[in-house]
Each structure stands twice: as C-alpha cells, then as structure tokens.
Design a protein around this ligand. Structure first.
Ligand code: EPU
Length: 419
C-alpha cells in the first residue's frame, strides 16, 4: 500500500506553478469532445489518476486517446460510430463518467451509463440531470443499475435548476449544443470550470451566451468541430498551496491562477492573518504568525468552495479561537475530522456543522485519506504538526493532484510518497 510520509516543521518558500484543472475541468472537456468527430487536442493536462479512468471510458466508447509529443498535450480522436455505453467498473471509480451521458445522447440518440450511486462525501443524486434531459425530449429509465436514455429528437428547453449543480449544468450544456432550438439554463452553476467548458464548446462552434452567469442560453447547431484548447489553471490546487503556506508558515508565490477564481478563499485566509497579494500571473502568500479562527460556510461559486472546506478545517485546527464550519453542498463531508483528531485536533461535528477549537500543537500520527480533498487536508495538517505523519491510502489524493508531495517539496516541505 502506498503512503505519504510528512515531516512537519519546515517553513515554505519559493515559487510554484499550478497544473491545469484536469479532474474538474479537463475530464469534462474530454467527454464533450465526443460531440465532434475528429481529433480534439487538450493542453495543460496533468496525469491525475481520474484521467486514466476517463481515457479507458472514452476508449471503450470508440475514441482513440493518446498523449501528444509535448508535455501536457492529450489528443482525443473521436470516430463517427460510437459505442454509447459506460460500464459500472469505470463509473463506480469516477463520478465524472456521467459527463458522457449528454454527448452520447446528442450524438447517438441513445446511451447506457451505469448509475454511479453515492460516495464518500454524500448521496450525490442525479435527479436534476435527468429532469433536464427529459425536458429536452429524452426518455430515461434506471434498469439493472444502468441509466438507459433515448430520444428521437432533442429539443431546446427552459431548464430551471433547483440548485446550481455543476454536473447538471454540464449535462445540459453538452446536450443542448446539438439540440434543435434554444435552451435556457436558469440558476446555472458559475464555477470557473463551467466557464472553461463554455469556452471549449464555443470554440467547437456551439452558440452560447451568458457563460459565468446564472442564466446561460444555448442556441442548438447541426454540428460542431474538433478544437485545440488549453484547460484552465486548477483553482483547487492553487487554494491548496496557499493553505499549505498557512499551515506550515512561509512566503511563497503561486503562478498560473486567476485571483477571481480563488477570491473567497483569499479573503478568508486574509481574515485569518495571512497576507495574499496578486501578481501579474498569480498570487504571493505570506504567513508568519499564528492564524486566527474564522467561521466558514461552503456555497456555490463565488462562495467558499466545498472542496476547500477540509483544507480550511486543517488550518483552523491550530488557529487561535474557535470556528464554526458549515458544509452546505454535500451531506456527509466530515468523515475526515476523526483523522485530524488523531493528530490532536479538537473538532466536534453535528450534522452539517463542525466546531473547531484551535489547539497549541498537533502531533504526527498514522492517518487515513478518505477522499481527495480530505487526504490533502491531512497532508496540510501534518505540515504544521510535530514529528512524522503517515497518510495511508493517498491514492484518493492522486485522483485530483498530479504530484502534491512533489509540489510541496519544491517549496521546502518534507513530503515523500512511498510505494
Ligand atoms: N445534486 C442533486 N441532484 C443532482 C445533482 C446534484 O441533488 O441532479 C446535489 C448533490 O447531491 C450535491 C450538490 O447538488 O449535494 C452539488 O452537486 P454538484 O452537481 O454541484 O457537484 P458535482 O458536479 O457532482 C463537482 C465536482 C466536485 C465539487 C462539486 C461542487 C467534479 C468531478 N466534481 O461535483 O468536486 O465539489 O462539483 O463544486 O467536477 C472534488 O474535487 O473533490 C469534488 C468532489
């Protein structure tokens, strides 16, 4: 079993460039590439573990997926004939597999995608995806664990999302591109990865207005063409590195990120006592003194992202005072706090709330990563803990970060991955 071994106590310094947002943006664009026969090229792609799952999935559907000669370049060759099926073995390993449903339905008129079910952070329903596809003229049924979708003609529709779901917005966008007439998404997600998907689809020839706002209008077109697109910088990795500086102390610069994509986390870290300044291509962060506790509640973008919540809790474990952290997006995202308590943190949870009382010090211990951000949170806590922490099952972290130990080492931290 692999492990991360973290020895706390080193201040961070130096400069680091964020990777492309492969897990939460690039994988969605790979799935959307199915809309256009021919070869789409994606740049700024990093080899996270979930990328392998999407590659296998697309190959099974009939695409040729290959790395290009230059680093970070991925080619997705999409054939005229597709096999519109996503098997359980792959869907159960990665929820972004559901992103093939819309493009397959639009291209083939039918699709069979394993129903993903819940995971370590909550129930993660798909009712909004399904209601939207039905409004556009599709018939959907869950049979033998598969979502079976079919349609004669997909027609544009007005889709009002009950909640600004990232996944449902992506499903509607990638279906509406080839539907007949106009689709309007009300209460659309505004996350930067939605903006990047809209840019990608627009470059393909889709007609989209309102990307980045709560109302997105899509005018269906007959066909779209392959493109060459560089995926957006990973705001979650950027926030992770900023918070690593808060956990360990130090003075770093994080390049390749747009301040607007991390504005709320920057504001919170400022309230906690860090100094964060914009640079032409990113941000600098400095943390010298003990941090102060602040309350945090997660909300859809531009609110404080749920993916930052475990990382923020890790910082708050040693901050001065008591913080109340409220998770509004997922219904069971606090399993990791028991692992932080093994390091000596004082955290109590009740439903969607956690009360984090700052302690003087954490001490290294063996802990277990439950999911990608929870694992990263344990690494951050370990950077500020006395002695050695061993994070077991870091495969979860590798799903979303290409090489978190390497990035942190480049800033002076002592983090190694043992196989
Ligand atoms: N929801 C429904 N019905 C639906 C769709 C969503 O009830 O039809 C609920 C979910 O159960 C959840 C909430 O709405 O409680 C938000 O779900 P959303 O659809 O916005 O999230 P997602 O698309 O499933 C993506 C990211 C998550 C990130 C969220 C929110 C990917 C692969 N996943 O999930 O990333 O937390 O958006 O920004 O892009 C992570 O990176 O660690 C991660 C979990």
């Amino acid at each position: 079993m692999a492990q991360y071994v973290v020895r706390g106590g080193n201040r961070l310094s130096g400069s680091v460039r964020v990777a492309g947002m492969t897990k939460n943006a690039g994988l969605k664009q790979m799935a959307a590439a199915l809309l256009a026969p021919g070869t789409t090229t994606l740049r700024n792609v990093t080899p996270v573990v979930d990328l392998d799952v999407m590659m296998d999935l697309l190959r099974g559907i009939g695409a040729a997926v290959e790395w290009g000669a230059d680093p970070g370049v991925l080619h997705v060759g999409v054939s005229e004939e597709l096999q519109p099926e996503a098997p359980y073995e792959l869907v159960s390993r990665m929820r972004a597999s559901i992103n093939v449903l819309g493009p397959l339905l639009a291209r083939c008129g039918h699709a069979r995608v394993a129903f993903p079910g819940g995971d370590n952070i909550g129930s993660r329903k798909l009712d909004m995806h399904f209601a939207a596809l039905e409004a556009m003229g599709a018939d959907l049924e869950v049979v033998h664990g598969f979502v079976e979708a079919k349609c004669n003609v997909l027609c544009g529709a007005r889709v009002v999302l009950e909640f600004p779901s990232v996944g449902a917005t992506e499903t509607v966008l990638t279906t509406a591109v080839l539907a007949k007439g106009q689709t309007i998404i009300e209460n659309a997600a505004r996350e930067p990865e939605i903006g990047d998907l809209c840019d990608f689809l627009t470059e393909m020839g889709a007609r989209i207005n309102g990307a980045g706002s709560s109302t997105i209008e899509i005018e269906g077109v007959d066909e779209v063409h392959p493109v060459d697109h560089a995926i957006v910088g990973d705001r979650i990795e950027a926030g992770t590195l900023l918070m690593a500086c808060g956990a360990a102390g130090g003075d770093i610069s994080v390049e390749g990120i747009d301040l607007h994509h991390v504005e709320m986390v920057v504001r919170k870290l400022g309230e906690m006592g860090m100094t964060i300044e914009p640079t032409p291509d990113g941000l600098t962060a400095r943390s010298d003194d003990p941090l102060r506790s602040v309350d945090v509640q997660t909300l859809p973008f531009p609110g404080f992202a749920t993916d930052f919540m475990p990382l923020a809790v890790a910082l708050l474990t040693r901050a001065e005072g008591t913080a109340i952290v409220t998770e509004n997006i997922f219904d069971s995202r606090f399993a990791f706090v028991d692992e932080l308590n093994r390091l000596g943190a004082d955290i109590k949870t009740e439903g969607r709330h956690a009360v984090v009382r700052g302690v003087e010090r954490l001490t290294g211990a063996p802990v277990h990563a439950h999911d990608v951000r929870a694992g990263a949170a344990l690494v951050l806590a370990a950077l500020g803990a006395d002695g050695e922490t061993v994070v077991h099952d870091p495969g979860h972290v590798d799903r979303g970060y290409a090489d978190l130990p390497g990035k942190l080492r480049s800033l002076g931290a002592e983090v190694t991955r043992l196989e």
